[in-house]
Design a protein around this ligand. Structure first.
Ligand SMILES: Nc1nc2c(ncn2[C@@H]2O[C@H](COP(=O)(O)OP(=O)(O)OP(=O)(O)O)[C@@H](O)[C@H]2O)c(=O)[nH]1
Ligand SMILES: Nc1ncnc2c1ncn2[C@@H]1O[C@H](COP(=O)(O)OP(=O)(O)OP(=O)(O)O)[C@@H](O)[C@H]1O
Ligand SMILES: [Ca+2]
Ligand SMILES: [Ca+2]
Length: 578
């Protein structure tokens, strides 16, 4: 057997996606001219984190102005790049641009320099949930409102009544949990129903994303508030997130509240899972690749299916804990490592047996390839559960001589079976998401879809709405070039910089720096060079964050193993450290 474990050892660990506002732009910088290097150093000279210092503290006008415009262009590009397909229309981009212009100066210095990063992370979460520009803008503006740096009147006057309404709704939801005395099961269910009764469900999704932001920064709040907020999340927001299909968000919310509600239990589970996490994730990745290759090269299976996909997951802290403490269960968790194979039969559903045949053929291939644990296989394909759930589950022994490992669960199902396991009576949110009323989940989904359709209609592009008449090649450029003459004039640059809180002369200085051919305005090419440099600098910051995390983890491991003392001693003489 070509062991996936060997491959795992050789595989390069995947860098964890940074879920802060740096979103990995994935753009390759071109070779830089001296001028661009100068610009980059000026635009970012004051700090590697653009949100941490104010323009007033900068020494030259170009520094402040360059940084402000770089910041606006950088975050605008990140957020629009993250938006779902078809959602980043011209009207959406305009709205987001206006919201950013209002919020950036207001958020730049707040919360010890973290306010802007946090607001952008909220917007990124919303973009990942396929929310439109109105909701993303509302997310950013809500953080500025909460910080007290802008007022609802500012939003109404500068952004529009639609966003102001959405914000009013989300503020009403925010205070709802504090209206019940005790957050027991009954009041939690009442509150969830109350949330569902909202005519604009986007306010609920906005609130869930803001809760995730709060939970990620809970360490800054007093202990009693940490517990109250965690309880609200566990009882209301995590189940709601699960019900709307935002599974990953729900898992993160659960794990964060678990940590604050039951710190000791959390530590136990966390330590156990953390110790195995890196190796297990590599194993998941390696087995996934090995299985996919074996399945795709099997002729018999390929006669039955037209597509095969494999998903992997490492179990969350809270889910593991729940399983361990469940009544009447053996204290074991056999699905820490999970793989799921989803097959697309050439003929699915109805009376066709292609689906079950595909699942059983897959099972045979797995048996020939891996070590199946006898007596642990469950065939819900031949014998569906009462709620209609279908899937074939096998447990695989991934241990090696001298190295015991947790079992790996493989679920085999067709696309149609998967659809039923996600929605409907057998839906995961009913199976374990905390919702008890089957109608609740369905209703939420339906309202969500309707809201998304409405938003798409509101923000659709009218033929005349793009002032350049055709497709805009670069949204940020087109938004800055207000009169659409294909150049950014000094007046246009001054206007945006004043909106951002910079002085008039800053625009002159920035223009001087960017205007390579000195014709007094910025061409499309000049602007694109600037933008590429902005992206390069932001990707460096990402890498710094990434390296910092790795170093912190590694040094911690070394330290707890006592090795760092050894290194210190060894190196002490050479480096003159004590
Ligand atoms: N969506 C959905 N998933 C289900 C349902 N029943 C089981 N599953 C999935 O299948 C997995 C294993 O379920 P079973 O084979 O019944 O195992 P178990 O005895 O509950 O638990 P293990 O100790 O993990 O074997 C669960 O962890 C879920 O991922 C269901 O009704 N709906
Ligand atoms: N074997 C698996 N492979 C891939 N994804 C899985 C697997 N098992 C569960 N998942 C998915 O992982 C996410 C988290 O599920 P979680 O581990 O909390 O529960 P579960 O395993 O489905 O249920 P239980 O805890 O009762 O066993 C869900 O989206 C679930 O569908
Ligand atoms: Ca499971
Ligand atoms: Ca112009």
């Amino acid at each position: 057997m070509a062991t996936a474990a060997t491959a795992a050892a050789a595989a390069v660990p995947a860098g964890r996606h940074q879920h802060r506002h740096r979103l990995g732009l994935g753009l390759r910088p071109r070779p830089n001219s001296h001028r661009l290097r100068l610009l980059a150093s000026v635009a970012f000279s004051s700090s590697s984190a653009p949100s941490t210092s104010s323009s007033s503290s900068l020494s030259t006008p170009a520094e402040g102005g360059g940084r402000l415009v770089a910041e606006l262009v950088g975050v605008f590009n990140e957020l629009t790049g993250r938006m779902g397909e078809g959602l980043a229309t011209t009207s959406s981009s305009r709205l987001l641009f206006r919201a950013l212009k209002l919020a950036l100066p207001a958020l730049r210095d707040g919360d010890g320099g973290r306010a802007l990063t946090r607001a952008l992370a909220v917007a990124a979460t919303l973009a990942d949930l396929q929310m439109d520009a109105e909701v993303m803008s509302a997310g950013i503006l809500r953080k500025a409102l909460d910080a007290g740096t802008i007022s609802m009147q500012d939003v109404e006057a500068q952004i529009g009544i639609g966003i102001a309404d959405l914000l009013h709704e989300s503020l009403r939801l925010k205070v709802a949990p504090s209206k019940v005395d005790v957050l027991d099961d009954e009041s939690a269910s009442t509150l969830r129903k109350f949330f569902l009764s909202y005519y604009d469900i986007r306010a609920v999704i906005l609130e869930i994303s803001l809760k995730l932001d709060t939970m990620r920064h809970l360490q800054y709040l007093p202990k009693h508030l940490q517990r109250i907020k965690s309880l609200e999340v566990m009882k209301i927001y995590a189940p709601l997130a699960h019900a709307i299909g935002a599974g990953n968000l729900s898992l993160e919310l659960e794990d964060l509240s678990f940590r604050y509600l039951f710190p000791q239990s959390y530590d136990h589970v966390d330590q156990w899972l953390r110790n195995r996490e890196a190796e297990c994730k590599l194993l998941i990745k390696a087995y996934k690749a090995q299985l996919l290759q074996a399945l795709k090269s099997d002729d018999e299976l390929n006669r039955i299916v037209q597509d095969i996909s494999v998903e992997g997951r490492y179990k969350s802290r809270f889910s593991t804990m729940k399983k361990l403490v469940k009544d009447g269960r053996k204290p074991e968790v056999n699905d820490i490592l999970g793989l799921r194979i989803i097959l697309d039969p050439r003929c699915d559903g109805g009376s066709s047996d292609w689906g079950p045949r595909a699942c059983h053929r897959t099972h045979e291939i797995i048996r020939a390839l891996l070590k199946e644990v006898p007596g642990r296989t469950k065939d819900y394909v031949t014998q569906p559960k009462r709620n209609g759930y279908q899937s074939l589950h096998v447990a695989i022994d991934v241990s090696e001589p001298g190295k015991t490992r947790p079992l790996m669960e493989i679920q085999i199902r067709t696309k149609e079976m998967h659809r039923i396991a996600i929605g409907g009576e057998a839906s995961h949110s009913l199976y374990k998401g905390g919702l008890t009323d089957p109608g609740e989940g369905k209703r939420l989904k339906a309202i969500m879809l309707a809201a998304a359709e409405l938003a798409a209609l509101r923000l659709r592009d009218l033929p005349a709405s793009d002032h350049q008449g055709g497709e805009c090649k670069n949204q940020a450029f087109c938004l800055l070039d207000k009169n659409g003459d294909g150049r950014i004039s000094i007046e246009e640059l001054t206007e945006v910089m004043e909106d951002l809180g910079a002085e008039g002369e800053d625009a002159m200085a920035l223009m001087h720096l960017l205007d390579a051919n000195s014709d007094g305005s910025l061409s499309f090419d000049e602007f694109e060079s600037f933008q590429r440099q902005v992206e390069l600098m932001r990707s460096l910051e990402d890498r710094d964050d990434h390296y910092t995390k790795i170093l912190k983890d590694k040094l911690q491991t070394i330290d707890s193993a006592g090795l760092i003392h050894f290194y210190r001693k060894e190196l002490g003489d050479k480096l003159l450290v004590s």
